[in-house]
Design a protein around this ligand. Sequence first.
Ligand code: NAD
Length: 493
Amino acid sequence: MVELESIGQHKRVRNYVGGAWRDISGDEELTSVNPATGEELATVPFSTAADVDEVVQTGNEAFESWSKRPVEERIQPLFRLKTLLEEHQEELAELLVEDHGKTIAEARGELRRGIENVEVACGIPSMMQSGSLLNAAPNIDESAVRKPLGVFTAITPFNFPGMIPLWFLPYAVATGNSFILKPSEQNPLVAQRLFEIISEAGFPDGVLQLVNGGPDTVNALIDHDGVEGVSFVGSTPIAKLVYERAAKNGKRAQAQGGAKNHIIVTETADLEFAAEKTVSSATACGGERCLANDIVLVEESVYDEFSDLVVEEAANQVVGYGLDEQTDIGALISPEHEQTVRNYIQTGIEEGAELLLDGRDVTVDGYEDGNFLGPTVFGNVTADMVISQEEIFGPVFGLASVADIDAAISRMNESQFGNAASLFTGSGADARKFRHEGEIGNLGVNVGTSAPMAFFHFGGWKDSFFGDLHAQGEDMIHFYTDKAIYIERWPDA
Ligand code: NAD
């Protein structure tokens, strides 16, 4: 495994507080395990309310001077952070594979998307400006400014441990706040390494801090009076809990939840291209992506042809250890999650869906202890089936035949979720209809996975998101600042 100085010889994850590594005082703990090999990587103790209190107080002390620094000074450590992350990208990608299970190509791509957010946040001097107007009234000039607010926290999930913290962290500190990350307890080692790198970037002590732990740690952060706002990314039930709890405590909150995403394929689409993109969308990262499209609605005139193409493409995916460059589908995060996905496959069979490709018997030589599952494809998935409605979060997807684009959009919009959807078509009219009528946050046309670049916001609709301002880009500046108005009159002027 990539060596981490910060976890020490006993391999216990630590917090990063006020510029130093600190032991965690909680008794509760978890073991982080390499999902492909079963190797124990580190112990993850859970921070107590006392640990959280110390981190929040330190963050507030740091905020006092950090928020007053000139904006040009605040972005210099971000430029250094970008360079450091690029220098360490390969080593971080390897660690990410070891702690998460995805492929090395996916890990590299994820880190690149994270670094792009650091780049965007370096533009804060322009992005943070607000409007001003001379002679807004007789002898009166009026202007609006944005001010940082204090300590913000982000609670992040296991599936993108390198990218998702960077949806928030660079914007929080560039706007003049201090920031505390609480990564997933299932695979916290990338965050641990990220903060080793951050410690070299030149941020003042206490501006960027790391706190490890589980649900009680999260609740201590949300309940703390010294925390101004909470960003959350994870499953829908927890997103809802976090959003409600933060609101009850009078805090700003944005909470991104789970998903059930659709692909629509019309008869005018390039079917081979659509099949290739469908399979990669549904199975990349082992299907553990909030943007994975796993219900495919196909116009009935091309359903059989598309179904053959997609099953052939899926059957060609190589399941294996993520560090092997030829692997397409890596390991799932834990044996428990693998069992959940297997249960969904069983449910699909019992519900009467047609099992077109069964990935349950896959074995990977040399990695018998890994959480592997091969691509699994269902046909004739009807709207009332559990596998059509619930997030599976594995390399499993279903096909359904629909009469036309109207029927497809209507079925897609019935979902309780609204994170992402893609349309494959050769028709501009269908694309326009999809764009206008889709009740979805991220829409793609002839794009397998509609993941927005860092300079656009990232976030879904309906039960995929609670709040108004999304992650990434300009929304982050609004989330991390409040506006004030200055009205000036100088009667002698
Ligand atoms: P999760 O909800 O189990 O955990 C996310 C975070 O919440 C972790 O840091 C965890 O410690 C904390 N947490 C867990 N239970 C809690 C509780 N009871 N109270 C307070 N905090 C708690 O999610 P996960 O399994 O790590 O991630 C997968 C989920 O995240 C999927 O549903 C996926 O769709 C979603 N996700 C959504 C997006 C998006 O942009 N909408 C992006 C990535 C992942």
